[in-house]
Design a protein around this ligand. Structure first.
Ligand SMILES: [Fe+2]
Length: 325
């Protein structure tokens, strides 16, 4: 079943700086915070977890982790962009020891980070891919987010120097999540599973996401038209496609796995009845899915996989391929 995560495989000999488990969250720049929070609660079907009202930021999850989606309004003083779309993509590590160890080895090799932050629930490093997309590599801390991270968070985020605090070698993510289902919503996702990026510098992005972030190639490689990369949980966490004249570099879509095909069909029927614009419909031997746009035009795919095998995209039209990978 698509939601099943394989046992984490911890490599005996470390080669890469980091070995992310999985795609943790997408943080998006959005236009208007209330409109987007309403949409992600009532249409997408995520539970509101917490907000940072001072920076017009909101965070939602379904029990898998502290947030599947984070969002910051472009009107926020904290916004470092004027463009709707990606703020950052976040990659979850096994432990804080892995985070600090990878940080030290990467710094020794000349890699530089834009920010290093203590979020209380996680310690995080931020650095950009060659296209300028910000990525966060993080490890959860002892703070129990599912008990302590609800409502308004007013404390500002703090700068953090990796290694200044003793890193824990314990696992602090939730290994057996108590998934939440937002019954009143149109869709019923279990969790976010993938970001699909179109990039200008494809080769540079492939090198960055495999070497600097530490994802493993699952489909394609350095010289192919696209690739799919994954963490140690065994999911297809990131897809990269080359930009072309009619295909601009952007966060093309984020994907959410839903509970069942029957559940998805009911959501599709309801979406049609409620006049929700459907961008694409996937009915392929490997996957059933439906893509819609959020209030700012950010594409979201809800899907369920029909097979465990990775799809063969030969002969598949481009728009379908973006949602099938
Ligand atoms: Fe984040």
């Amino acid at each position: 079943m698509a939601i099943q995560e394989a046992e984490t495989q911890r490599p005996a000999a470390k080669r890469d700086y980091f070995q992310p488990r999985r795609f943790g969250h997408a943080n998006l720049y959005i236009g208007e915070i209330e409109r987007s929070m309403d949409f992600y609660r009532n249409v997408v079907g995520l539970r509101e977890a917490y907000r940072r009202p001072r920076i017009l930021a909101g965070f939602l999850n379904n029990g898998n982790t502290h947030h599947d989606i984070g969002m910051v309004s472009l009107a926020s003083k904290a916004a470092r962009s004027t463009k709707i779309g990606i703020n950052h993509l976040a990659w979850e590590l096994e432990t804080q020891v892995d985070l600090v160890d990878g940080y030290r080895r990467s710094i020794a090799d000349g890699i530089r980070y834009d920010m290093t932050i203590d979020h209380e629930i996680s310690h995080s490093l931020y650095f950009k891919d060659p296209d300028g997309n910000l990525n966060e590599v993080y490890a959860d801390t002892e703070m129990r987010w599912y008990k302590q991270r609800f409502g308004d968070v007013l404390k500002p985020t703090l700068q953090w120097t990796p290694g200044d605090t003793l890193p824990s070698d314990k696992i602090h993510y939730e290994p057996n999540p108590d998934y939440v289902r937002v019954e009143h919503a149109v869709f019923h996702p279990i969790k976010i599973t993938q970001a699909m990026l179109v990039v200008d510098n494809y080769e540079g992005a492939f090198d960055y996401y495999t070497k600097n972030v530490g994802l493993k190639p699952l489909i394609g490689g350095h010289a192919t038209p696209y690739c799919v990369l994954g963490g140690t949980c065994g999911l297809r966490d990131l897809a990269l496609f080359r930009a072309k004249p009619n295909r601009p570099a952007e966060l093309h879509n984020v994907k959410f796995v839903v509970w069942s095909e029957q559940d998805l069909e009911a959501s599709i029927k309801r979406a049609r009845n409620e006049g929700i614009k459907i961008l694409a419909e996937i009915d392929h031997p490997s996957r059933r899915g439906i893509a819609i746009a959020d209030p700012d035009g950010i594409r979201i795919l809800f899907y369920v996989d029909r097979t465990k095998s990775t799809p063969n995209l030969a002969g598949i039209d481009e728009e379908t391929a973006f949602y099938l990978v």
